[in-house]
Design a protein around this ligand. Structure first.
Ligand code: PLP
Length: 399
């Protein structure tokens, strides 16, 4: 079938939830993908920060094939080995003590909020409110739409579940003012990803943590986008000198298989059997992929490489900023980087980059976001920067 036919069929068959970039991808390897016309692209979208080890990484493919031939799904009525192995690795390398596996980021956050509410019931006189921030992103379920402090996601679905208060990000006073005796937790992304790669001031997370400890409420970090090496350490919290009571993971954890996780401190691990659950959550297949991913990342010190290549990429983008007045700001940490413009040119830039063989993400009408695989090399960064430069020139000349 020709390219236009697949895309025409999609337009006819799907609920309209997304404006897709006009390319049909059929194959991937490392930081590269190919479309159904045989064209090759450097992938700096990375499945939305999911393809941590790139496309079809051999260690993960091998683990998947082996596990698929052995045992795929059992339900959580039974013990299975890949699940326990993955749990062990996560606990050993984080500040947390217990884990629950689910299938996505939104589901991990839902579970985290349920855990916080149960904690509130048992230890905080029934407190249930969770404070979150404007411009955050915590997922698409109804409760996470309420948690996500972005009006554009909320308005269509009112009334939303109760118990969420949205306040300004990077402002500890706003959290203090919103805290009352119904508050059970504060939930934050260490760096806001979907909100545009917004990096807080150096002391913000520590001050929020101190406030939570002082008020004996829970400090929840949503590391769904920032975790698993993305920002240059295995978890972003390590760089801010904080330790959450609950942390959620998903995106990069499984190299592309759907898996999410809730991690919690021992004293916060208040679920009893029956309080929460999942049919697929942590099945042997996805856990084998996530275990292979995480083990590879830890063993090969991938976060260190992310820091190096991320800094290099930022330097290259800064040099583009010298050449193009349209660039307002370069910001990022590790390989989570945004390029902000003083005009709304993200959409035409995505298309101009596509035409030149680079996939990028429009995070705002005036900003691009880069989330390439963690294994991306300096040479690939050079290639991407060259394409961006050409695309920026094309847009400037078209004006
Ligand atoms: C992507 C994302 C989510 C939602 O994850 P899904 O797997 O799409 O449900 C939640 N929080 C953050 C920070 C994210 O980046």
């Amino acid at each position: 079938m020709s390219q236009s036919n697949w895309q025409a069929l999609e337009q006819k068959l799907f609920l309209r939830t997304v404006n897709r970039t006009p390319v049909t991808l059929v194959r991937g390897q490392g930081a590269w993908v190919w479309d159904d016309q045989g064209r090759q692209y450097l992938d700096f979208v990375g499945g939305w920060a999911v393809n941590s080890l790139g496309h079809c990484p051999p260690v993960v493919v091998e683990a998947l094939v082996k596990q698929a031939k052995t045992l795929i799904q059992t339900s959580n009525q039974f013990y299975t080995i890949p699940q326990v192995e993955l749990a062990q690795l996560l606990i050993e390398h984080s500040c947390l003590d217990r884990v629950f596996f689910c299938n996505s980021g939104a589901e991990a956050n839902e579970g985290a909020v349920k855990l916080a509410r149960r904690y509130g019931k048992l230890h905080l006189n029934g407190a249930y409110e969770v404070i979150t921030t404007y411009n955050s992103f915590h997922g698409r379920t109804l409760a996470m739409t309420a948690a996500t402090g972005q009006r554009k996601f909320q308005e269509t679905y009112l009334p939303l579940p109760d118990g969420f208060v949205n306040v300004e990000y990077d402002n500890v006073e706003a959290i203090k003012q919103a805290t009352n005796n119904q508050t059970c937790a504060v939930m934050l992304e260490p760096i806001q990803g979907e909100g545009g790669v917004n990096i807080p001031g150096d002391d913000y997370l520590q001050e929020v943590q101190n406030w939570c400890r002082e008020r004996r409420i829970l400090f929840i970090l949503d590391e769904i986008q920032t975790g698993i090496g993305r920002t240059g350490t295995l978890f972003a919290y390590e760089q801010y000198g904080v330790e959450p009571d609950i942390m959620t993971l998903a995106k990069g954890l499984g190299s592309g298989v759907p898996i999410g996780a809730i991690l919690a401190r021992e004293n916060v691990s208040v679920f009893s059997p029956g309080d929460h659950g999942s049919t697929f959550g942590g099945n042997p297949l996805v856990c084998a992929a996530a275990y292979a991913t995480l083990r590879y990342i830890i063993k090969n010190e991938i976060p260190k490489k992310v820091k190096r290549v991320g800094n290099y990429f930022m330097t290259r983008l800064e040099s583009l900023k010298q050449k193009f007045d349209s660039i307002a700001e370069v910001r990022g940490q590790g390989l989570l980087i945004a390029l902000e413009f003083n005009q709304e040119i993200a959409e035409p830039l995505v298309l101009a980059c596509l035409g030149r063989g680079l996939l990028v993400n429009k995070v705002k009408p005036n900003a691009l976001r880069f989330m390439p695989p963690l294994i991306t090399t300096e040479e690939e960064v050079d290639k991407a920067t060259g394409i961006l430069e050409g695309a920026l020139g094309e847009i400037r000349n078209a004006k």
